[in-house]
Write a protein of this length. Structure first.
Length: 761
């Protein structure tokens, strides 16, 4: 009822229709968000009527809600929906009702497509002899639709039960017809539109512009251009009627407002924008050179520069669409969403606050099953990934239960549609699939992992290259671009390849590790997670204890089976920094003369390498960059860092081979003091913040400044690295110092500088 039609709620037109027919005492039945209506219409005085409100606490149906207002209805009365638009002559309908001495009169209208309405057939005198609610074509016996406008005598209310859900069309009218009550149908001329869907909402605007309905819009009209007040129109603007422009609208140079465009109040239309056959509600901003084609934009929407919004799309209230976006045909975007720049939206957006062209995070793609990641999403993503790796061999594996069959099959379908040959490794672990890809000479892979938290089923998709490492950001972007644009070719039917099942590779994987280790390994350990790790260690002669105890190593393997968390025999947790140094040391001692050190790693790795005369290769901090560099320069370091099954076996092997305890191994690693923080920073200011920090650093007295990734500032006592966060509106600050106090001091200094630079305009 409160939906806006050319600057007024549709219900206001209905109240005006009743007033013009001499009906000024009006009851309004309400349930959903009644305050929106009561606050707008009040007691009706400013509309020249007297309004009463009857609010339902539970749904009572169309007839039950009227029964709820029975105290108001002591004479013949009319019922009319607040969400329809009509100019039917109500007085004529009431006159018909009285002349026929009817108990009920249903106002009818001839329509082209009766399937969406109740249909009615009358005899030659207008008496109803049959009706049917929303028939199929095989059931259609008339084109006269029930408009939902009824005229009733008060006696009809006695047939409606009190405080019970009861409908006119389904309950009351069939009962009255069966018992021979005087029911008539009045076939009206004039305009009537039931605004039951978005297409009808759009069409009723076009009908007003075409003057098919006789209503008072309350605005001026000149050559088909309906307009209100305080409109600012710059030169070189094209406005072609029929169209409507509301109050306080600003229209910039080069704008084209084409036929059947409706622009609400307080809208801003920027230079070069083009609008055609679109309904734009209030306080909407249309960016430079944006194009709207047959869309509906709700209140407070922002459309960025050079964006395109296509036919039959709907964008919900206060949604922000960035620059250079494309909203495809028939897309529905729910309220208060944020669409990032250069994003193509192909699917309805219901859940989540943000949507962008960046699908990937550090571990791949993640989301909730059947909410973020649906079978349709999975199939399209599989096709896009297959298209990036044309006519190649791609692995797929999974770990978890439940919805995986459905989603695996959807991914496989998408991959096959691109012409890829799929190697299905079935239920597996991510490190096993990483190892299998180069072993079988495959070109790429995908691992699907299911997880459950807070009663939600989550899904994580990890995409792998031909070496089993995570995809580079460049390859992620290619996949994202094809996925968003759906700009990929499907293969011809004769090029659809087979699915090859390889469910037994894990046994080769285990045998490979067993062959590398010494046997037996008389180590006691408490291990959490990963049955394959337990099976492997058992074959190596490792013995297990069921609870933590002094003198026993404890180990936890994460869900991805990548990270190994160790607690030594003295009960000390081995930090990730210390473990990274330990992994580098083990790799060097096993004959690898180069180690990889990411820019955010401790200098202790350099000290260990120097002790063994080994070289150090620097790499960026992203997981994919670390993997690629380690695969190339030190494969054992890669496995120690990203394969927890191999890592726990190798740690146990080192303990036995070197005749040391884990706590002795850890004690050999120099003490490190690293601090990490995340600082909020507006996404649009991250570049400016980094430039300001780099400029400041270059003016200072430091031994060295590195700009390979972010800004790394180095002096004799430590270093600090500032990096823009890839997924969040934030910056990461990592510092290392000769003491914990100095590391914290460095981190605090640059935290303040990020905050300061992000505030400055």
């Amino acid at each position: 009822p409160m939906v806006d039609i050319m600057g007024r709620p549709v219900m206001e037109y209905i109240i005006e229709l009743l007033k013009n027919a001499g009906i000024v005492d009006i009851a309004i039945t309400l349930m959903y968000m009644p305050q929106a209506i009561t606050e707008y219409f009040g007691d009706g005085a400013k509309f020249g009527v007297r309004l009463s409100y009857y609010i339902e606490n539970t749904p009572l149906g169309s007839a039950g809600s009227v029964k709820n207002a029975q105290e108001f209805l002591d004479d013949t009365f009319i019922i009319i929906s607040g969400d329809s638009l009509t100019d039917i002559n109500i007085s004529h309908a009431i006159g018909f009702h009285c002349n026929k001495n009817a108990e009920v009169t249903i106002v009818l209208k001839n329509v082209e497509n009766p399937l969406e309405y109740g249909i009615v057939i009358t005899d030659s005198d207008g008496r109803i002899i049959r009706f049917l609610e929303k028939p199929g074509w095989s059931e259609v016996f008339s084109d006269t639709a029930n408009t939902g406008i009824y005229i009733l005598n008060p006696s009809a209310l006695d047939l409606i039960p009190q405080n019970t859900r009861y409908d006119f069309s389904k309950d009351l009218y069939p009962k009255m017809l069966a018992h021979g009550h005087r029911m008539f149908g009045y076939t009206a001329s004039g305009y009537w539109c039931d605004i039951g869907d978005l297409q009808a909402y759009k069409q009723c605007h076009f009908d007003i512009l075409d003057k098919k309905v006789s209503i008072q819009t309350g605005c001026a009209e000149n050559n088909g251009i309906y307009s209100r007040q305080d409109i600012t129109i710059q030169p070189d603007t094209t406005i072609t009627g029929p169209c409507y422009i509301g109050n306080d609208v600003e229209i910039s140079n080069g704008v084209k407002i084409l036929p059947y465009s409706v622009i609400g109040n307080e809208c801003r239309i920027c230079e070069g924008a083009s609008i055609k056959k679109s309904i734009v509600l209030n306080k909407v901003t249309i960016g430079k050179s944006a194009q709207l084609r047959g869309t509906i934009l709700d209140n407070g929407t922002h459309i960025g520069a050079h964006s395109i919004v296509l036919e039959n799309s709907v964008i919900g209230e206060k949604t922000y669409v960035g620059d250079m976006c494309e909203i495809k045909n028939n897309i529905k975007i729910w309220p208060q969403k944020n669409i990032e720049n250069e994003t193509t939206v192909n699917d309805n957006l219901i859940w989540g606050d943000n949507f962008g062209r960046k699908l990937f995070d550090e571990n791949g793609i993640s989301g909730e099953v059947n909410v973020d990641i649906t079978p349709e999403f999975a199939s399209r993503l599989g096709a896009a990934f297959g298209a990036v790796n044309k006519n190649t061999k791609i692995a797929i594996s999974y770990s978890g239960e439940g919805a995986l069959d459905m989603l695996c099959n959807a991914f496989i379908s998408g991959l096959l549609s691109s012409g890829a040959t799929v190697y299905d490794f079935g239920e597996s672990l991510l490190p096993i699939t990483r190892r299998a890809i180069p072993f079988h000479g495959l070109n790429a892979g995908m691992h699907i992992m299911l997880s459950q938290s807070n009663n939600k089923m989550g899904l994580s998709l990890t995409f792998l290259n031909n070496m089993g490492s995570n995809l580079s950001r460049a390859d992620e972007r290619k996949t994202e671009m094809l996925f968003m644009r759906e700009d990929f070719m499907r293969c011809t039917p004769d090029n659809i390849m087979k699915v090859i099942k390889l469910y037994d590779y894990k046994y080769y994987y285990m045998r490979e590790i067993l062959n590398e280790m010494n046997k037996p390994l008389p180590v006691k350990i408490m291990l959490e997670g990963c049955g394959i790790a337990k099976e492997l260690l058992n074959e190596l002669g490792v013995s297990f204890v069921s609870s933590e105890s002094k003198g026993v190593i404890s180990a936890v393997i994460d869900d991805y089976v990548e990270k190994l968390i160790l607690v030594d025999e003295c009960g000390r947790t081995v930090t990730r920094t210390t473990y990274s140094a330990l992994a580098a040391k083990i790799a060097i001692e096993n004959g690898n003369n180069i180690v990889v050190s990411p820019l955010n790693s401790s200098d202790v790795i350099d000290k260990i390498a120097s002790k063994y005369n080994a070289g150090v290769i620097r790499c960026k901090t992203a997981k994919a960059d670390m993997m690629e560099s380690m695969q190339k320069h030190n494969p054992m370091q890669f496995r120690l860092m990203f394969d927890a099954v191999y890592a726990i076996a190798k740690v146990c092997d080192t303990i036995v081979k070197d005749k040391v305890s884990l706590h002795e191994m850890v004690d050999e690693i120099p003490e490190t003091f690293i601090v990490e923080k995340e600082v909020d920073c507006d996404a649009g200011k991250k570049g400016k913040v980094m430039r300001s920090i780099a400029n400041l650093a270059q003016q200072g007295k430091y031994n060295k400044i590195e700009l390979e990734e972010g800004v790394k500032i180095i002096n004799n006592d430590g270093w600090v690295l500032i990096i823009p966060h890839a997924q969040k509106a934030a910056c990461k600050i990592i510092s290392e110092g000769i003491s914990e106090e100095y590391a914290n001091e460095l981190c605090d200094i640059y935290t303040e500088r990020v905050i300061e630079f992000s505030r400055n305009d």
